[in-house]
Design a protein around this ligand. Structure first.
Ligand code: FCB
Length: 445
């Protein structure tokens, strides 16, 4: 690996990220049903109709997994708590086994010198709440606040940092407009409401955590670096609007307390009445900004001609097995944009963590080893992109690799392997890949 710890500012945090449903094994431990179980049980949504029932069986193997994280020399571990594991019905009586599990998990991190970075929602909405309209229902902000109080009342005294929501764009647009993730809706009104309610839930949960005395609270947004697919004016317009929906809506909501005019012009009619009154809650100060970044997107107008119909251009850069182009420059640029989005105090900079970055790559287990040179190169180039952003003045504090383990990659099932550690999904054997060993050397050096 071209870079080592010594190339980064003193105290820079290196971590790996995972999420509950993708690794734990949701069928065990008294967790309630989630909308991902329902989505996966509907033919056509998920490759081979796979779900997270067993996943990596992390629930029973978390000690081994944290040994691997600590053994790599990481400083931190980003995990998520599952709403349906903590509260099987989404509200009301908690599941004691679920609370105990996260309690032990956090202690196990601390025992290994790993700083716990918690995320409260990484996509597994309890089915009981989906039945009530899920993210379309404004009450979700209160339900989420109750869940936040329950789980953080138990582990909040020991987590190093916490963020309420993972990737609001995916929760809202990908899942309610594009229909590609649970609940699989293609409905503009549902999407617009989810775009607002997910941010309101972020705000309410942040209030609850402050009330519990917690500090070091952030927001985690995902970003694609958007470019027009060609030099036409139509492509440029489409790219601007796509960027508005993907990037600006959430950044502007959280960090400036307003929504971008161009997106609002199309979606305001679908927002709940009085949405303006929520903007203060949504934009209350946070202590850091988390950025998940994987790729760029080339955008052109879609076939119908409607402004919200986008077509994707085909770029000429090398791609990962997700079909995502590798474009590290986009990470530098997005870090700069997020720094600037924090306009509340002119001249002030917000601490930034790259909370997810990584690639899916083929790489099979041969004689006990997995060679993944593409991943090593990807990580090197993105570390370089982070260093460049720091040189340009951004206050980047940490870099988390997605992911520690090969895991359940949502609608793509178990085919796409993002892990630094290979998981054999039949035997559940863990095998550190070459990228794991390369990082271990880089972090020790
Ligand atoms: C992100 C998700 C994460 C994983 C990676 C590949 O959008 O947060 O769960 O699926 O993409």
């Amino acid at each position: 690996m071209k870079y080592s710890r010594a190339d980064f500012p003193k105290g820079f945090t290196f971590g790996a990220a995972t999420s509950a449903y993708q690794i734990e094994g949701h069928a065990q431990g008294g967790a309630g049903r989630t909308h991902w179980d329902d989505f996966a049980a509907t033919p056509g949504n998920v490759v081979r109709m796979e779900n997270g029932a067993r996943a990596c069986d992390h629930l029973n193997r978390f000690e081994e997994d944290l040994d691997l994280a600590a053994g790599m020399g990481l400083d931190a571990y980003r995990f998520s708590t599952s709403w349906a594991r903590v509260m099987p019905e989404g509200r009301g009586t908690p599941n004691p086994e679920g609370l105990d599990f996260y309690d032990r998990l956090v202690d196990a991190m601390l025992a290994r010198g790993l700083k716990p970075f918690a995320t409260l929602y990484h996509w597994e909405l309890p089915s009981a709440l989906a039945d009530l309209g899920g993210w379309r229902n404004r009450d979700i902000a209160d339900w989420f606040a109750e869940y936040t109080r329950t789980i953080m009342g138990r582990i909040g005294d020991r987590v190093h940092a916490a963020a309420p929501i993972n990737e609001p764009w995916c929760i809202a647009w990908l899942s309610h407009f594009l229909g590609q993730h649970a609940p699989g809706l293609r409905d503009i009104r549902a999407a617009a409401r989810a775009m607002h309610h997910v941010l309101l839930a972020h705000g309410r949960a942040t209030q609850v955590m402050r009330d519990l005395g917690m500090t070091n609270l952030g927001a985690i947004t995902n970003h694609e670096y958007v470019l027009p697919a060609d030099s036409t004016e139509a492509a440029s317009k489409a790219a601007t609007l796509y960027d508005g929906i993907y990037n600006r809506w959430f950044l502007s909501g959280i960090y400036s307390g307003s929504y971008p005019e161009d997106v609002l012009a199309l979606l305001e009619q679908h927002l709940p009445a009085g949405w303006q009154d929520d903007m203060k809650t949504i934009s209350q100060p946070v202590d850091w900004a988390g950025i998940n970044y994987y790729t760029r997107k080339l955008v052109a107008p879609g076939p119908s001609g409607h402004p919200l119909d986008f077509a994707e251009g085909v770029g000429d850069l090398p791609q990962t097995t997700m079909g995502w182009e590798i474009y590290p420059e986009g990470l530098t640029r997005m870090i700069a944009r997020v720094s600037q989005a924090y306009a509340r105090n002119p001249g002030a900079s917000i601490p930034i963590y790259v909370t997810e970055n990584g690639m899916s790559a083929a790489g099979s287990l041969t004689a006990g080893a997995v060679e993944d040179p593409q991943r090593i190169a990807y990580l090197e180039r993105h570390m370089e992109a982070v260093l460049r952003a720091i040189e340009e003045g951004a206050d980047v504090r940490g870099y988390f690799i997605w992911s520690l383990l090969d895991n359940y990659e949502w609608a793509l099932g178990y085919d796409k392997r993002f892990g630094l550690v290979h998981v054999d999904f039949d035997t559940l054997t863990r095998t550190p890949k070459a990228s794991y060993h390369a990082l271990k050397r880089a972090l020790a050096g």
